[in-house]
Design a protein around this ligand. Structure first.
Ligand code: FRU
Length: 493
């Protein structure tokens, strides 16, 4: 049965979606119309990959959360499906917040999400009351369970807050279903709780898988937990993070914990902690395992802090990153653009051993929908350069700069002049070094975005760029001599 609120959202989509087609990025997911945030339910289902997202179709700002829906076979071309969930039940009347999805043994598709209802606390303050709820369907239409919510305050460990209890992510292992869920424990920071179930409907609390103890931000949102290259990885998005060196920026951040999973204690013993993405726009990632064994991640390519800043003429707000393949190299999380993107490579232009000393343009190297790799080496043996800069999305007025400094081993991306008219902070700098004097920068651009992958994915950094599309020049510059190889493809999707 489709509720009135869901039907209203679907009718609205039918009416207005066609008008936004020409505004869309070529291969990055948006809501088409309205607002989106976190990716939800990113999982395989019946031979395709489904992606849902936090969605408010009626405006380009956050509102009562629905789940929007798309699916794909290649992570590049996405088919839009009608909205899947609307906040239409007593227990989710103020929003269907983030969650996960899984294919059941009987072939049905199960979504688990956080149902949100505003409730007055004893101190008179209005606050969220959050529980976990289920809807089951066929890949298009979903029915909420009569016995929702399936996990509520009664399952929380002592001190756990029911006001911050959200974002279940599901998987199946050895015949059992598992969910990780973000929670705020008694110390006011964040923790990730593990739940298990035999049938995906009746759930019991297992353990605190990992906790912040106020070290990496406070409330931990949107967890994901999975094995990768012999270790286990926990991804989460902390609120109220404090800056730590150049690794973590303050505010709504993202963090990756890598370690060994103690299966007896159901606890992650962490060995390494790092940022997932070093850009300005990256939050709430989710992963899935492809049929050929790749762990693929997608995230909301936006930050909460500037989410009120948008281009008035666009009828959608918010987009996802390009899906990325994850691996662990030398103990670090690495990510590469999904390999299916290579099938979209069109005209190729290549330069080898170009000497840059000062500023230079290279014929044919320009564009705003491209896949470009720039390899930088010191020009003369032993001679040093202090900085190398790559300018993209450039015209007389605009540019975005990617700068590498070998002496500090840092990359800085600066979109101050990108034409983004709202925010004060437009710069991110992060640790990234060359390898024996060689630095590799892979730049993926698609209309409103720039994603940078350093040294085959040792670091990734995502940025929204609202630069007018005509600003498409690219230039190279250095204060010393560097030798540069450039391989650029237009992307045709
Ligand atoms: C993270 C988040 C989630 C929540 C959702 C609400 O961006 O705050 O914790 O489920 O957004 O839209």
């Amino acid at each position: 049965m489709i509720s009135k609120s869901l039907q209203k959202a679907r009718d609205f989509e039918k009416k207005y979606l066609p008008y936004t087609l020409s505004e869309q990025p070529s291969f990055h997911v948006t809501g088409g119309i309205g607002w989106i945030n976190d990716p939800n339910g990113f999982a395989p289902y019946k031979g395709e990959y489904h992606l849902f997202f936090q969605y408010y179709p009626y405006d380009t700002k956050w509102g009562p959360m629905h789940w929007g829906h798309v699916k794909t076979r290649d992570f590049i071309r996405w088919e839009r499906l009608p909205a899947a969930l609307a906040p239409d039940a007593e227990y989710d009347r103020d929003g269907c917040f983030s969650g996960g999805a899984i294919e059941l043994e009987d072939g049905r598709h199960l979504l688990m999400y956080t149902g949100v209802r505003n409730q007055r606390r004893r101190n008179g303050k209005l606050d969220y009351y959050q529980t976990q709820c289920i809807a089951i369907g066929d890949g298009v239409d979903y029915e909420k369970l009569a016995d929702n919510p399936v996990i509520d305050a009664s399952s929380l460990p002592e001190g756990g807050s029911v006001h911050d209890f959200r974002d279940p992510k599901l998987w199946r292992e050895n015949g059992k279903y598992y969910a990780v869920i973000g929670n705020r424990p008694a110390d006011g920071s964040g923790s990730i709780l593990l739940f298990e179930s035999e049938d995906a409907r009746h759930w019991s609390y297992v353990s605190v898988l990992a906790a912040s103890h106020n070290q990496y931000g406070r409330m931990w949102e949107c967890p994901d937990f999975f094995p990768l290259d012999g270790q286990h990885v926990l991804l989460t998005s902390p609120q109220e993070m404090s800056a730590i060196g150049l690794e973590f920026h303050p505010g709504n951040a993202n963090v990756c914990l890598i370690g060994q999973y103690d299966r007896k204690a159901h606890h992650l013993n962490r060995e390494h902690v790092q940022a997932i993405d070093y850009g300005l726009d990256f939050y709430a990632p989710q992963t899935l395992l492809t049929d050929d064994g790749r762990r693929v991640m997608i995230a909301w390519m936006q930050n909460w802090e500037t989410s009120a800043c948008r281009l008035q003429e666009l009828r959608f707000m918010g987009q996802m990153t390009l899906p990325r393949e994850l691996s662990i190299r030398d103990g670090r999380l690495c990510q590469k653009p999904i390999r299916e993107l290579e099938a979209c490579r069109g005209v190729r232009i290549e330069y080898r051993n170009v000497l840059i000393n000062g500023e230079a343009n290279l014929r044919g190297i320009s564009g705003r929908c491209l896949d470009m790799t720039v390899t930088v080496r010191s020009g003369k043996e032993k001679s040093m350069y202090k900085w190398f800069r790559l300018y993209v999305a450039k015209d007389g007025e605009h540019f975005t700069m990617i700068r590498y400094r070998p002496d500090t081993g840092t990359i800085k991306v600066d979109r101050t002049h990108s034409g983004f008219p709202h925010d004060i902070v437009n710069v991110r700098e992060f640790p990234a070094g060359d390898k024996n004097g060689v630095l590799k920068l892979r730049v993926i651009m698609d209309r409103y975005s720039l994603e940078l992958f350093v040294n085959d994915g040792e670091q990734a950094a995502s940025f929204v760029l609202y630069t007018p599309p005509e600003a498409a020049s690219i230039s190279f510059s250095s204060d010393g001599s560097v030798l540069v190889d450039v391989e650029k493809y237009e992307l045709q999707v």
